[in-house]
Write a protein that binds this ligand. Structure first.
Ligand SMILES: Cc1cc2nc3c(=O)[nH]c(=O)nc-3n(C[C@H](O)[C@H](O)[C@H](O)COP(=O)(O)OP(=O)(O)OC[C@H]3O[C@@H](n4cnc5c(N)ncnc54)[C@H](O)[C@@H]3O)c2cc1C
Length: 464
């Protein structure tokens, strides 16, 4: 009996539970769905997925199989492919947030088939690492300790695949809505993407060959790109699984490589983010600490635009925003600085920043993005408190002492700045030679933020 395996942001053959289940059930139709609505909301992530498809198609072809691509709303596409193929079962991975169904089960059943959702190949099953009291962790460090003691299942090998008697039609592997949304940026960002399951595995091996004891300090140095794995985009589109990374990293640790324990701890942050998103499916919209939903953040407007377009006049913030627009990624330390500047100095709603990151990041991940934004804003669990306000200039002096990172993105003749001018929409009227004046004096901004916070805390205390 022919079955469909929907490759839902899991664009690999290795360690793919839904694919293993599908292959055990019968001939498999491997299906990828390109949803126009997704591409409009998160074009860079859509582009990153499209760039993974040629490699995936090749890997399937090498196993005598074929990649079927369809464009459209997932529920409608699934129903059509079921009718076209006569398949009676669809295997797919869970989506994020975990509980959301988007009418999928009903559409599949309406077309005469059943939908089996399989867990993502995360490090542990959701809800399996709990406090002694049986509740989910809300603080990272004890979660990390418990995770480190947990059994992390070995990755599943890629299965053999039988081909169906006839193949449904396929659309071209292109997502025009993402191209339209990115406009000039498409070609620029594409140059910074290294796509493919094999490439991700090679990058992991290369990283584990060079990781050293100072990984955790190196992570913070802005001008040194290759001290981290650079695997977040591959993880985000599912070219590699967290379990595969974990077990290879442990092998490297057993062979005596330094820094691996800190690297595993970073992977645990990704896992913790998923755990929190599982517990609170509205984490990307509502403050985890509910009282924070009453804080009066500022909304969209010229300051939010200036932030998104990298013209706040605060060098490290603007450099980071340009880095993201050109490469689809941003250095982790700069993500924290730029996000903090938006929410604290500018007092703009964290969801505006979250949405802009979701548009621009090739490594966009619903859980990691939401948890990190709430962490920075001070409204999440185990968050950085609101009164801890990063000074972007002090941070830059500490982590970019030679100024190389900022120069690369801001000096008019520098390669990074020139690429930004090529990627930015013409309506932004980029003039590389003109650096904007700072939107605000940093100390005044900090004092204003603290006083807004004190007012808010006072009102909350009075209301209790
Ligand atoms: C405001 C903000 C938004 C963010 N949004 C995203 C996002 O949408 N997608 C995303 O993958 N990461 C996000 N991050 C986390 C982090 O910046 C990136 O994961 C990191 O820069 C990836 O680089 P790397 O792969 O070289 O990391 P490495 O140092 O090699 O770390 C290995 C892996 O651990 C995970 N990881 C590392 N740091 C974090 C973290 N703080 N939170 C969760 N997982 C982590 C990533 O999967 C990463 O690939 C965000 C951070 C901030 C402050």
């Amino acid at each position: 009996m022919t079955v469909i395996c929907w490759f839902r942001r899991v664009l690999r053959l290795d360690d793919h539970p839904a694919l293993v289940a599908a292959a055990a059930a019968g001939p498999v139709i491997p299906l990828v769905i390109l949803d126009p609505a997704e591409a409009r909301a998160r074009p860079a992530s859509a582009q990153r997925q499209v760039m993974a498809l040629p490699g995936l198609a090749e890997a399937l072809a090498a196993r005598g199989s074929r990649l079927v691509v369809r464009r459209g709303d997932p529920a409608a596409v699934l129903a059509r492919v079921i009718r076209d193929s006569g398949a009676r079962v669809v295997h797919a991975s869970q989506g994020l947030p975990f509980a959301r169904d988007d009418g999928l089960a009903a559409a599949v059943e309406g077309a005469g088939a059943r939908l089996h959702l399989h867990p993502l190949a995360d490090l542990v099953a959701r809800g399996s690492v709990l406090t002694k009291g049986g509740t989910s962790f809300k603080v990272f460090t004890p979660f990390w300790r418990a995770l480190r003691q947990a059994d992390i299942a070995p990755p599943l090998p890629a299965p053999d695949l039988a081909a169906p008697d006839r193949w449904p039609d396929s659309d071209p592997p292109d997502w025009p809505e993402a191209r339209a949304a990115m406009r000039r940026g498409w070609d620029v960002v594409a140059r910074h993407v290294q796509a493919g399951e094999g490439t991700a595995q090679d990058r992991l091996d290369a990283f584990l060959g060079r990781i050293a004891g100072d990984y955790v300090q190196g992570r913070d140095r802005l001008a040194e790109g290759d001290t981290t794995s650079g695997l977040s985009d591959a993880l985000a589109v599912g070219e590699i699984s967290a379990r595969r990374i974990w077990h290879r990293a442990l092998d490297a640790q057993h062979q005596g490589r330094g820094g691996v324990e800190d690297f595993l701890r970073e992977l645990a942050w990704r896992e913790f983010s998923r755990e929190l998103f599982h517990a609170a499916p509205d984490l990307d919209r509502a403050c985890w600490r509910r009282e924070w939903n009453g804080f009066t953040w500022r909304g969209d407007g010229p300051d939010a635009d200036a932030w998104g377009q990298g013209r706040t006049g605060i060098a490290v913030v603007d450099a980071g925003m340009r880095e993201m627009f050109v490469t689809g990624r941003m250095h982790n330390r700069v993500r924290m600085i730029a996000a903090s500047f938006l929410v604290k100095h500018l007092m703009i709603d964290w969801r505006i920043g979250l949405d802009w990151f979701a548009r621009c990041l090739t490594d966009w991940d619903a859980a990691s993005n939401a948890v990190n934004w709430q962490w920075v804003a001070g409204c999440g669990p185990d968050a950085s408190p609101f009164f801890r306000v990063f000074n972007p200039d002090t941070q830059a002096a500490k982590f970019d002492p030679g100024g190389h990172y900022r120069q690369y993105w801001l000096a008019p003749e520098a390669e990074g700045a020139r690429q930004f001018a090529k990627a930015a929409p013409l309506s932004w009227r980029i003039d590389l030679a003109a650096r904007p004046a700072p939107l605000m004096d940093l100390d005044t901004g900090r004092q204003d933020a603290l006083s807004a916070y004190r007012d808010f805390a006072g009102r909350m205390a009075a209301a209790r």
